[in-house]
Design a binder for this molecule. Structure first.
Ligand SMILES: *Cc1c(COP(=O)(O)O)cnc(C)c1O
Length: 365
């Protein structure tokens, strides 16, 4: 770290931000890497989505629609929501940033859970607010612990359901109890990055509709396979969406991103296919790990949090996987040092990772 400048200094909180590290994508000495470190869709974006993106190349000289009208209409149609209460961003990361910029600030607190997504803390600090970490119960969101941590300074409460990196989910009635119990000045944010992987789940949209203190964030990066294009969205009460739109840059989403996302969200058959493949491969991988003596919580998302004896063993497994060109995610930064998060790839990827871990465990025994 460079020395602080004598007179020019960032706002309080900024230098406390630890840089976010994405999942690695390359391994020295390996031409072909199996990347299971960022919960990406192993099948890529749908053909209709890629086609819409290509068509957008005809209009690269034109500024994009600042209101995202066609995209919001497509999302509203696909999910049965009100288009006026949808906001789109460069990934749901940008929606999280808007929320912190709009509602948090110096002297205010932003609650996130023990193993919660790293961007909540980063965005809270960037807004000058104080992040407050709340314990989980055996890798599950603990509503009572969150309610106990709320104060008159609480501005935002972030939970992801299903959660990343645990993959666990809490029931709707628990989320409703949280929404009911947070203090009157606090906004509850339900991060639904993995909602589409849960059959028949609306990402708590009905709960959002029923309340004036609850917002949902969603992404095109996971089931829709568009992590590289950066598109996410939020849905909430009109008073929240109207406020967020004031801090949103007018040209935050490119024409190509808007076109691709609109095609993706309307390609229901493709999302259904990806959800079914994920469920099947996830069950297979969890069972294979279990047989190898590696436990995991039942996951509702597109990854499995595999638990090892201790940090040393988790790191040794990670090295063994790397030797075979397989990249997964170490979890020490998420206070889970003995765990590795493994994205559910296609059937061949699941077989490769299971075989490598099984081989490691046998060699150890
Ligand atoms: C992947 C992920 C997101 C999505 O981030 P984008 O900015 O939309 O790519 C949001 N929240 C959680 C918990 C995630 O795991």
């Amino acid at each position: 770290m460079t020395e602080p400048h004598p007179t020019i200094q960032p706002q309080p909180g900024i230098l406390e931000i630890a840089l976010y590290h994405g999942g690695e994508g390359a391994l020295p000495g390996h031409n072909r890497v199996l990347k299971l470190s960022s919960n990406e869709n192993p099948f890529g974006a749908s053909p209709a989505t890629v086609e819409a993106y290509r068509r957008a190349s005809d209009s690269l000289h034109l500024y994009p629609d600042t209101g995202h009208v066609a995209l919001r209409a497509a999302i509203a149609r696909a999910h049965g929501l009100e288009a006026e209460r949808i906001i789109c961003g460069a990934g749901s990361d940008e929606i999280i940033t808007f929320l912190c910029q709009t509602y948090a600030g110096p002297g205010l607190e932003v609650i996130h859970t023990e193993h919660g997504f790293g961007m909540y803390r980063i965005s809270a600090l960037a807004a000058g607010a104080t992040p407050v970490e709340v314990p989980e119960r055996e890798r599950h969101t603990d509503v009572d612990a969150i309610l106990a941590a709320c104060t008159e300074r609480t501005a935002l409460v972030f939970i992801a359901n299903p959660n990343n990196p645990t993959g666990t989910m809490i029931p709707e009635r628990e989320v409703a109890r949280l929404a009911e119990g947070v203090p009157p000045q606090a906004l509850l944010v339900l991060d639904g990055a993995y909602a589409e992987f849960v059959e028949g789940f609306d990402g708590h949209a009905a709960l959002v509709d029923a309340r004036d203190n609850t917002v949902m964030t969603r992404t095109f990066s996971k089931i829709h396979g568009l992590g590289g294009l950066r598109i996410g969205w939020g849905y909430g009460p009109a008073h929240v969406i109207e406020a967020l739109n004031r801090v949103r840059g007018p040209f935050n989403l490119s024409t190509a991103a808007q076109a691709a996302a609109a095609a993706a969200v309307l390609d229901i058959a493709y999302a259904d296919y990806c959800r079914a493949e994920n469920a099947r491969n996830r069950a297979w991988l969890a069972a294979a790990l279990e047989r190898a003596g590696v436990p995991s919580d039942p996951s509702e998302a597109n990854f499995i949090l595999a638990r090892f004896r201790d940090q040393e063993e988790a790191e040794a497994v990670d090295r063994a996987l790397r030797d075979r060109g397989i990249l997964v995610r170490r979890m020490a930064g998420y206070k889970l040092p003995a765990a590795l998060r493994i994205t559910v790839g296609d059937a061949a990827a699941c077989a490769a990772v299971a075989e490598a871990i099984d081989g490691f465990v046998r060699a150890r025994a």
